[in-house]
Ligand binder design. Structure first.
Ligand code: KIV
Length: 280
C-alpha cells in the first residue's frame, strides 16, 4: 500500500463496493482520503460514478452551475428533488447526498424532517446535507433519528451569504475558529455522519479533522482533511465567473465546448456539414 503525506493511503485497494456512511467512517479510520464531487444530472453522475468518486453531492450550487444565479439561495426544494432524482438514477457505487436548499429546513424541525424525507423517498438519495452549527443540531438529531443520514456544512456557508456579505475565508479570528471547533463537536454529537468544512485556514481544518470521529470533507480547507470536495463545474473549467484559489482546474471544458460550437457553426455556414458520408 503506497503511503503519502500525513500517513494517509495514496492508493487504497480497488474499491468496487457500494459506498455507505459506514464505509466513509471506516475510510477515516484507515486514513484513506474520501473523494467527493458534485453532480446535477444523469450524465455527469454516471461519469463520476465510473471514475469511482466516493461521494456525489447534488449541491445547491446547482443554482449557480446550472441555473446561472449569483448565489445558491434561490434554488427550490422542487428543483433540488428534480436534480437529485436524475443523479440517483445514474449512480451504482457512490454515496449520493442531496443538499437541502435554503428555507427547506430552517423554519422548524417538522418541515426539515418532511423535506429530508422527500429527498430520500422521491429523489432516492441516501443522505441529506444542510448548513449550520450548534443551532441546527436539534434538527439534525431529529432527521437522523428518523433514519436519514445527515452531512453537516460549516465554515463558509453559502446559504448565509447575505448575512456575511462576502465569500472570503472564514474563521481567521480566534472567536470564529472556536465556533467552528464547537460546531463540529455539536454536529458529531447530533449524529451527523460527516461534515463539509468550507474555506477555513488549513491549520484549523486539520485540528477539527483530528478532533472528531466523523469524516471532515474539506473544500478550500487544506490537505489534512479526511477528504476533499469540489464543484465539478469549477474543476472542469465550465463555471468560470470566479476562480477561488482552492479550485484546481483539471480541464478547460468551457473553452473546448466554445471551440467545438464555433467550428460547427463555421462548417454549417460554409456548407461543409453534413458531408455525403453523414447523409442518407
Ligand atoms: O452546493 C454545493 O455544491 C456544496 C459544495 C460547495 C460542498 O455545498
Amino acid at each position: 500500500m503506497t503511503r503519502e503525506r500525513n500517513g494517509r493511503e495514496a492508493k487504497p485497494e480497488k474499491r468496487d463496493k457500494k459506498v455507505t456512511t459506514k464505509s466513509l467512517r471506516l475510510m477515516k479510520e484507515r486514513k484513506q482520503r474520501i473523494v467527493a464531487l458534485t453532480a446535477y444530472d444523469y450524465l455527469m453522475a454516471e461519469l463520476l460514478d465510473q471514475a469511482e468518486v466516493d461521494v456525489i453531492l447534488v449541491g445547491d450550487s446547482a443554482a449557480m452551475a446550472v441555473q446561472g444565479r449569483h448565489t445558491t439561495v434561490s434554488v427550490t426544494m422542487e428543483e433540488m428533488l428534480y436534480h437529485a432524482e436524475l443523479v440517483s438514477s445514474a449512480v451504482e457505487r457512490a454515496l449520493v447526498v442531496g443538499d437541502l436548499p435554503f428555507m427547506s429546513y430552517q423554519v422548524n424541525t417538522d418541515e426539515a424532517l418532511r423535506n429530508a424525507g422527500r429527498m430520500v423517498q422521491q429523489a432516492h438519495v441516501e443522505a441529506v446535507k444542510l448548513e449550520g452549527g450548534l443551532s441546527i443540531a436539534p434538527t439534525i438529531r431529529r432527521i437522523v433519528e428518523a433514519g436519514i443520514p445527515v452531512m453537516g456544512h460549516l465554515g463558509l456557508t453559502p446559504q448565509s451569504i447575505h448575512k456575511f456579505g462576502t465569500y472570503q475565508v472564514r474563521a481567521t479570528e480566534p472567536e470564529e475558529a472556536d465556533e467552528v471547533r464547537r460546531d463540529a463537536k455539536a454536529l458529531e454529537d447530533a449524529g451527523a455522519f460527516a461534515i463539509v468544512l468550507e474555506k477555513v485556514p488549513a491549520s484549523l481544518a486539520s485540528e477539527v479533522s483530528k478532533s472528531v470521529s466523523i469524516p471532515i470533507i474539506g473544500i478550500g480547507a487544506g490537505p489534512e482533511c479526511d477528504g476533499q470536495i469540489l464543484v465539478s463545474h469549477d474543476m472542469l473549467g465550465l463555471y468560470t465567473k470566479f476562480h477561488p484559489r482552492f479550485v484546481r482546474r483539471y480541464a478547460e471544458l468551457g473553452e473546448q465546448m466554445k471551440n467545438a460550437f464555433a467550428r460547427y457553426a463555421q462548417d454549417v455556414r460554409a456548407g461543409e456539414f453534413p458531408r455525403e458520408t453523414e447523409s442518407y
